[in-house]
Design a protein around this ligand. Structure first.
Ligand code: EPU
Length: 438
C-alpha cells in the first residue's frame, strides 16, 4: 500500500480469472540470488563492470540505489544491462534505511571489508520465513582477521589486513559462503571454505569474480579455495537464468494442465524440480536451454523434503505446495531450511486447500479443486504460490501485498499474460482517505 500523494491510500493487487491452461513460450530472466551478490561485489572491484541479464525486480533496483548512494556511478545500458563504476565509491558506511529493506544487503559487509578493510552495515531485512541469523558470516569474517561487533542495528567490522584462513561452516549457508568468498577474494593468502553451499549462484559469483581477476576454485563443490589477489579489474559478465523463476512457471504449467516451453534455463539446475514433477506425472522434455512442461494427465501425490542444492529448493516449497493440493492423495512436504515457510498454508486454506502443518511437515490432502478467493502474498515465494493457485482455481482471485512478489519476479504478470493467463495488476485507491498533516 502507498500514499497516492493526496492523502489517499493506494493499493496494488493482482487479479486472476483462473482455470485456463497456460500455453506457449515463456522467457526466464536473470537469477535474483546471483544478481544481488554480483552487483554488490562490483563495489569491491574498484573499476567499471558491465553486468548483463540483470532481472528487472525491486531488489535489484534497491541494490543499485545502495551502490549509487555509496558513490558508484550506475548507468543502465539497456533494460537488463547495467554498468557499475565503483572507482569513486566511498566505503565503510552504507545507508541503513535502504539496507534493512533487503536480505542480500549483507553482502555489503564482505564487499566493504574486502575493499576498505572496514564495514558499517545495517542488519539486513528480507522475507520473514524464519530465524535468519548471520553468525556463520561473522565466524568467517573473524577467521579472516576482522573484528566484528553488532551495535545499534549495525554490523561493524574492521581489519588492518584480511588474511586467508580455513573456515568450516557449522551449517550449509548460501549467504555465508558468498559473503566470505567476496571478502576473501582480496585477502592476503589462501582461504578454504569447507561445508560450503553449492548453489548455482555461488558458482556464478565465483565466475564473475574470476572474470575480474580473482582466483577461486571449487565453487559448486563443498570445498572452495580462494587465493587472495591485490586488485580486481572490471569485466563484462552475464548472470545465469533464475532457476526458481523457471520452477515457478513449470509448476504453473502443471497446475493449469497447460503446455509451456520455459526458455533461457540451464536444465541441470532444474533437476530436483523436474524429477519431482515427473514423479507427479508431469511430462518434462529437456532441451539445451529450455524445458517443455506438459501437465495434461492427473497429478499424483509425492513426498518432498527441501534441502540445500542439489536437493529440492526451499524457495520452491510454496509453489510445489499448491501443486500437491491439486494432486490425488496425501502428500508430505517437509521443510528443512526455514522454520516459518508454511505461512502460505493459511492463505491456501481460504482457497479450499486441506493442509495440516505438523512441525516442519505439511500434510496435504490433495485431489480437491481450489476455489478463487481474496488472498495475500505473505512473502516472495508465498506470493508466487498464490498466483499459481489463482491460475488453477475457477473464478476471480485477488492477491494483495504484491510488492513481495515484485522483489523477485521480473514482470510476472506480463509474462503469464503472454502465455494465455487472464491476469492483471490493478491500482485501487482505497475507500479510506485521510487529511495530510502539513
Ligand atoms: N543460517 C545460520 N547462520 C548463518 C546463516 C544461515 O544459522 O549465519 C541458517 C539459516 O537460518 C537457514 C539456513 O542456515 O536456516 C540457510 O540459510 P542461508 O544462509 O543458506 O540463506 P540466505 O543466504 O539467508 C539465501 C537466499 C534465499 C534462499 C536461501 C536458501 C538470497 C538473498 N537469499 O538466503 O532466498 O531461501 O539462500 O537457498 O540469496 C528467496 O529468494 O525467496 C529467498 C528467501
Amino acid at each position: 500500500m502507498s500514499d497516492g500523494g493526496y492523502g489517499t491510500i493506494v493499493m496494488e493487487k493482482i487479479i486472476i480469472n483462473g482455470a485456463k491452461p497456460l500455453r506457449g513460450t515463456i522467457e526466464v530472466s536473470g537469477a535474483k540470488n546471483a544478481a544481488l551478490p554480483i552487483l554488490l561485489a562490483a563495489l569491491m572491484v574498484d573499476d567499471k563492470c558491465v553486468i548483463e541479464n540483470v532481472p528487472c525486480i525491486s531488489d535489484v533496483t534497491l541494490s543499485l540505489e545502495i551502490l549509487s548512494s555509496m558513490g558508484c556511478r550506475i548507468r543502465m545500458l539497456t533494460k537488463n544491462t547495467v554498468e557499475i563504476d565503483s572507482r569513486f565509491a566511498t566505503g565503510g558506511v552504507s545507508p541503513y534505511d535502504l539496507v534493512r529493506r533487503m536480505r542480500g544487503s549483507y553482502y555489503l559487509i564482505g564487499a566493504e571489508l574486502g575493499r576498505w578493510g572496514r564495514a558499517y552495515v545495517g542488519l539486513p531485512g528480507g522475507c520473514d520465513i524464519g530465524i535468519r541469523p548471520i553468525d556463520q558470516h561473522i565466524k568467517g569474517f573473524r577467521a579472516l582477521g576482522a573484528e566484528i561487533s553488532v551495535e545499534g542495528g549495525y554490523v561493524k567490522a574492521s581489519a588492518d589486513e584480511l588474511s586467508g584462513a580455513s573456515i568450516y561452516f557449522d551449517n550449509v549457508t548460501v549467504g555465508g559462503t558468498i559473503n566470505v568468498m567476496i571478502a576473501a577474494a582480496r585477502a592476503k593468502g589462501t582461504t578454504v571454505i569447507e561445508n560450503a553451499a553449492r548453489e548455482p549462484h555461488i558458482v556464478d559469483l565465483a565466475n564473475f569474480l574470476n572474470s575480474c581477476g580473482a582466483k577461486i576454485t571449487g565453487a559448486g563443490t563443498d570445498v572452495i579455495k580462494i587465493k587472495g589477489v591485490d586488485k580486481l579489474y572490471g569485466s563484462t559478465y552475464a548472470i545465469i537464468p533464475d532457476m526458481i523463476e523457471a520452477g515457478t512457471y513449470m509448476c504453473a504449467a502443471a497446475a493449469t494442465r497447460g503446455r509451456l516451453r520455459v526458455n533461457n534455463v540451464i536444465p541441470k539446475h532444474l533437476e530436483s524440480i523436474s524429477a519431482k514433477l515427473e514423479e507427479m506425472g508431469v511430462e518434462i522434455i529437456e532441451n539445451d536451454d529450455s524445458v517443455e512442461v506438459c501437465g495434461n494427465g492427473e497429478l499424483r501425490r509425492v513426498n518432498i523434503k527441501t534441502l540445500p542444492y542439489p536437493g529440492f529448493p526451499t524457495d520452491m516449497n510454496p509453489q510445489i505446495g499448491v501443486l500437491l493440493c491439486l494432486a490425488k492423495g496425501v502428500s508430505c512436504l517437509t521443510e528443512s531450511i526455514y522454520d516459518n515457510r508454511f505461512k502460505y498454508v493459511e492463505e491456501l486454506k481460504r482457497m479450499g486447500a486441506s493442509i495440516t502443518v505438523d512441525g516442519s511437515t505439511a500434510i496435504i490432502e490433495g485431489g480437491g479443486l481450489l476455489s478463487a478467493a481474496p488472498v495475500k502474498a505473505l512473502d516472495l515465494r508465498a506470493g508466487a504460490a498464490m498466483i499459481i493457485a489463482g491460475l488453477a482455481a475457477k473464478g476471480r482471485t485477488e492477491i494483495e501485498d504484491i510488492h513481495f512478489i515484485e522483489r523477485g519476479y521480473d514482470d510476472i504478470v506480463g509474462k503469464l499474460r503472454s502465455v494465455g493467463a487472464d491476469i492483471k495488476k490493478v491500482i485501487i485507491p482505497s475507500a479510506v482517505s485521510f487529511e495530510k498533516a502539513n
